[in-house]
Design a protein around this ligand. Structure first.
Ligand SMILES: Nc1ncnc2c1ncn2[C@@H]1O[C@H](COP(=O)(O)OP(=O)(O)OP(=O)(O)O)[C@@H](O)[C@H]1O
Ligand SMILES: CC(C)(CO)[C@@H](O)C(=O)NCCC(=O)O
Ligand SMILES: [K+]
Length: 259
């Protein structure tokens, strides 16, 4: 079985793929100093709790935080006796090479999202991922990542207001009933919520104009459904997109004989 690891700047997600379906999904905060032993203690406790019998033979990692990869490599080697495939490293083949400026290190999560979206929907797609940052990944007709957009994430925007302005409290995102807030919390929620609706719509419109074609918009990440509630922004929402992409890239490397 394949253990897929998606390490973001905020959260790290493990998911076990049995070849047909994900058996479970485990989430922890990303912390570069977490040791291989600590990962295993956490992992084995939860797997046992869910009553899952998993013989892990392969591990694939996508990490936007380079420093965590070392401990995850040790984790894979020590507990599953395997060498993990790390997306973005030269030894990990990609179904389509990104077409970006030379020397650009595309975030591995974006490469994975791109592979997943192309596998499920074909090309001419925009993937919007609501993580620590909100990213827009543009997938060409042939499946290659050809660039995109990086905007501050929803929670990051809320946190930035709280951090920088003494009188602004921490608030959670939610959909305000109206645009004009009549208290501080409503004003902040309105700014971020409606501001984000505008951001997503404007960027997608401009991407389509720049590409001069219709493009399907796929959203992923915990907050996408909240925005979709109000305005039709996306064609599809897929909460397992990044995990699916890891299985696609792993299968491709098996087929290519790189692993
Ligand atoms: N209805 C909601 N209201 C508030 N927060 C939510 C809601 N649904 C999901 N979230 C939060 O949204 C965030 C987005 O999750 P996601 O896994 O997509 O990205 P992340 O873990 O924050 O970022 P990264 O992948 O970059 O680490 C999570 O922190 C999740 O707890
Ligand atoms: C943009 C983030 C932080 C989104 O997770 C990640 O994909 C990343 O660190 N990217 C590197 C830069 C780039 O993708 O062009
Ligand atoms: K993510």
């Amino acid at each position: 079985m394949l253990l897929c690891i998606d390490c973001g700047n905020t959260n790290t997600v493990f998911s076990i793929w049995d070849g047909e379906k994900f058996l479970c999904t485990l989430r922890t905060s990303t912390h570069h100093a977490r040791t291989a032993d600590a990962y295993f203690t956490w992992y084995s406790t939860l797997v046992k709790h869910y009553g899952i019998e998993a013989e892990i033979t392969d591990v694939i990692i996508s990490s936007t935080v380079p420093r965590v990869v070392w401990n995850l490599r040790v984790f894979a080697d020590r507990f599953f006796n395997c060498r993990p495939l790390v997306v973005g490293k030269p030894e990990c083949a990609l179904p389509h090479e990104p077409r970006v400026d030379e020397g650009t290190q595309v975030g591995p999560d974006r490469l994975v999202n791109t592979a997943a979206a192309f596998d499920r929907h074909g090309g001419d797609i925009i993937v919007v991922d609501f993580g620590t940052a909100t990213t827009f990944d543009v997938v060409a007709k042939d499946g290659a990542y050809i660039g995109g957009v990086i905007a501050p994430g929803v929670n990051l925007s809320l946190e930035a207001l709280h951090m920088a302005a003494a009188a602004l409290p921490h608030v959670d995102i939610s959909k305000p009933q109206k645009v004009i807030g009549t208290n501080t919390v409503e004003c902040i929620q309105s700014g971020v919520f409606w501001g984000y609706i505008g951001l997503v719509r404007e960027i997608c419109t401009r991407i389509k104009e720049e590409r001069a074609r219709e493009m399907k918009i796929i959203a992923t990440g915990g907050l996408a459904p909240l925005f979709q509630q109000s305005v039709e922004l996306f064609d599809e929402f897929e909460d397992d997109l990044t995990m699916h992409g890891l299985t696609v890239i792993h299968r491709y490397n098996k087929e290519q004989g790189t692993i």
